[in-house]
Design a protein around this ligand. Structure first.
Ligand code: OGA
Ligand code: FE2
Length: 374
């Protein structure tokens, strides 16, 4: 039954091979049809207006509100305040202002400006000789906790300097018998051409952003590391996030701002040094420089593949690093989105068995997948 999964995964990518390509898919439900438009090739991003009805959007917002949203976590909120990796790029054992900024970004997930660093030096006296560099000697006088406290102070006055400022909630409507969610799951399966059994293993997260709310550039999934297994709902420790596909729904119209940006889109290479130099990751400040931006619109979905398909296994392949993306700051109004993450693991047989279990439960048939079929 799942023999053509490889073809499905592969086909779904190849179908949309030029910008502007349009494909109309009958959804066999109240929505009637969904029209997929290819927005970009590198990375491949598809767009569908009215993927969700206005009522479905309102329903998800209501569900999320009733469940209660939490501040999205950033590293600094975690108890382990001792994480502190010096980014002495040129290895001269002195931290320039830029290197200190990168140290703070890397260790605390906080994006400061030169002026923040200089003000911090002035107030703490860490830069004893005032040369705007922190030497090994000067470093000895302050601990990671002291640095963390200073950053906390800055964040208190300017919370938008977090890499992420949003609230979120995980919903598990598939565990209840939620009809709206079941309909949307079926629609997603039809539109992206993947089996409903795989779609049912997806995660669903609703996120809200207030004014200045944003999410700096990141990947939704992780690089392949063969020693670390993929996370599943059962396995959450010592694992890496494996999300084959992102379907991002916009649940409302934003008055201004709040675009989803892809700062590496259509770059010739993955030149991370220039990304650091141009500070493209800092979407709060540099959103305008992103080559691909998608404006929110109620009911619209954008879809991209975080991973390529492994040609040997026909299953989860390498991370498509061009999918680096994030949410630009909301300038006026609020923004609601939902992330629908289609997850697979790197263990094809296990995934297929899980999918078969869903299928069995749904149909009460007992189909067998033969080894040859897989
Ligand atoms: C995310 C994300 C982008 C946006 O939640 O992972 O990338 O536009 N959001 O809100
Ligand atoms: Fe994301």
């Amino acid at each position: 039954m799942f023999t053509d999964l490889y073809n499905l995964l592969f086909l779904s990518v190849n179908l949309h091979s030029f910008v502007g390509h349009v494909q109309k898919i009958d959804t066999n439900d109240t929505q009637g049809s969904v029209t997929l438009r290819t927005l970009n090739i590198k990375p491949l991003v598809l767009e569908a207006d009215s993927f969700l009805s206005q009522e479905e959007c309102d329903y998800f917002v209501k569900m999320a509100t009733e469940e209660g949203l939490q501040e999205s976590e950033t590293v600094i909120n975690q108890p382990d305040g001792q994480r502190f990796v010096l980014r002495d790029h040129d290895g001269n054992r002195k931290l320039t202002v830029r290197e200190m900024k990168h140290t703070i970004q890397g260790s605390f997930d906080v994006f400061l400006e030169d002026e923040d660093i200089l003000k911090m030096y002035r107030e703490t006296g860490w830069d004893k000789d005032g040369d705007e560099m922190i030497t090994n000697d000067e470093l000895k006088d302050f601990s990671p906790t002291m640095l963390q406290n200073e950053i906390q102070k800055i964040l208190k006055a300017n919370p938008e300097k977090h890499s992420r400022m949003s609230k979120q909630v995980w919903l598990y409507p598939d565990r209840s018998k939620d009809k709206v969610f079941a309909t949307v799951q079926k629609r997603v399966a039809r539109v992206v051409g993947l089996p409903i059994e795989l779609i049912k293993l997806s995660d669903f997260q609703v996120v809200s952003y207030d004014i200045k709310g944003h999410y700096n550039a990141h990947w939704d999934s992780s690089r392949v590391e063969t020693k670390v297994p993929c996370c599943t709902r059962e396995r959450t420790k010592k694992c890496r996030i494996c999300r084959y596909m992102t379907i991002l729904f916009y649940l409302n119209d934003v008055d201004d701002g709040g675009e989803t940006a892809f700062p590496l889109a259509n770059n010739d290479t993955l030149d991370y040094q220039s990304v650091m130099e141009k500070e493209l990751i800092d979407l709060y400040r540099k959103c305008e420089n992103s080559p691909l931006k998608v404006a929110p619109s109620k009911g619209k979905a954008i879809i991209w593949y975080n991973h390529f398909v492994d040609e040997d296994t026909g299953w989860l392949g390498p991370l498509d690093e061009f999918t680096f993306h994030g949410g630009c700051p909301v300038k006026k109004g609020i923004k609601w989105i939902a992330n629908f993450w289609v997850k697979t693991t790197d263990q094809k047989m296990k995934d297929l068995k899980k999918m078969q279990k869903f299928y069995k439960e749904a149909t009460k048939h007992k189909p067998k997948i033969s080894k040859e079929e897989l």
